[in-house]
Design a protein around this ligand. Sequence first.
Ligand code: HEC
Length: 130
Amino acid sequence: MKRIALACAASLAVAGIALAGSASAQSSGGDAARGKSVYARCAACHDLNTGATRLGPSLKGVMGRTSGTMPSFNYSPALKSKAIVWDASSLDQFLAAPATMVPGNRMAFPPMTNAQDRADLIAFLAQSAR
Ligand code: HEC
């Protein structure tokens, strides 16, 4: 009987560790692997790694970058003059409502209303847009 109780306690502890692990992955900003497939919506317009301009500016090094500063891209005055520092929180706000955060910007992309999609995408960008 004692042995069964111990085994139970041990498996509960393992489950607890697994839960804690997934909770911290969530709070650090979403699932980058899933975010990769969300990024397919951006890829036609945004390069990730080479610095190349497509319809939009490259997102190479976007985390920590100031808005409107890729030299090879002709930005709207709106995005340039905002001088937003892109991080998880400002990207989340921009993707949720581009025209509200930066009125007059030229990114032809609808608001991304799904918060999980945004979190996963941002986790992917933090990992991959270098
Ligand atoms: C149809 C093309 C298009 C799509 C699709 C698109 N964008 Fe953009 N994006 C642009 C353009 C054009 C700009 C520059 C807007 C301006 O100058 O006002 C821009 C600007 C940005 C900026 C600001 C970059 C900087 O250097 O300040 C970010 C960040 C961004 N887009 C992220 C995304 C993400 C993430 C997605 C996918 C969810 C996405 N965009 C989808 C065209 C697009």
